[in-house]
Design a protein around this ligand. Structure first.
Ligand SMILES: [Zn+2]
Length: 245
């Protein structure tokens, strides 16, 4: 009889647990999503970006106009260290060996520029384990596509999350179409840098990478320099990439 009661009790308990699981699964997912968005916002603020540089864009926060932090991204534990600059959240060593870029049909007209950008990151040289490839299948890490980003924005990258490269690069094709080839590929090279954790060398936010100076006029990762900035990765950009990967 006692055994029977125990079994009965455990069945009732299981039923209650199942019911409560079912209930929470049915509840709107919004609160959890909202919590993560708040975590992402705190993470961005802790990186040292000024409040005025952070814009709520629906599914992501946009920083410095061209960098996306998806609201569902995985936020690293703890505060970033404050010591070329990065987010403290990079692509894992295994993933960095082959970061697969898928080119949306809207961007195939800029394949030469995309290949030039890929070549810049793949030919840094020295002790580095970072490699991009352009793929056509359904498995990829970064989608690059055309997007109308407004009157002044040339492109927009996405920061890495959970050890994976940021999953989206938006290029405002119509806006950069009149630029030189070198400047068009600069925009793509620059946004790729965001997708592997580079922030802007010349703006607040992010942690300084050891061995690089506080300012570098030649850095391709300087922000706000579409159609005027460096078109090749600077020596310090390369030192930063080697330190990261
Ligand atoms: Zn940028």
């Amino acid at each position: 009889m006692k055994k029977y009661l125990q079994t009965f009790a455990s069945i009732v308990l299981s039923a209650l647990l199942l019911a409560s699981c079912g209930k929470s699964a049915d509840a709107p997912a919004a609160p959890e999503k909202k919590d993560n968005a708040e975590k992402v916002l705190t993470f961005i603020q802790n990186l040292g970006f000024s409040q005025s540089s952070i814009v709520d864009n629906g599914d992501a926060y946009i920083v410095d106009n061209d960098i996306r932090f998806p609201k569902d991204m995985e936020v690293p534990e703890g505060k970033p260290s404050t010591e070329q600059k990065w987010t403290g959240n990079k692509v894992s060593a295994a993933n960095a060996l082959n970061i697969r870029i898928k080119v949306d049909p809207s961007m195939t007209s800029m394949m030469p520029e995309i290949n030039s950008a890929v070549n810049q990151w793949n030919n840094i040289g020295g002790d580095i384990a970072l490699h991009f490839s352009v793929v056509t299948g359904s498995s990829y890490d970064i989608l690059i596509k055309d997007a109308d980003l407004g009157a002044t924005t040339c492109g927009r990258g996405t920061y890495p999350s959970g050890g994976k490269a940021g999953n989206l690069i938006q290029i405002h094709k119509a806006h950069i179409a009149g630029n030189s080839f070198a400047q068009r590929q600069r925009t793509i090279t620059h946004e790729m840098g965001h997708n592997i954790s580079f922030t802007h060398t010349n703006q607040a936010g992010g942690s300084l990478i050891p061995g690089t100076p506080a300012t570098d006029a030649n850095s391709l990762m300087n922000g706000g320099q579409c159609n005027s900035g460096a078109t090749v990765l600077s020596n310090y950009d390369k030192i930063a990439a080697r330190w990261l990967y």
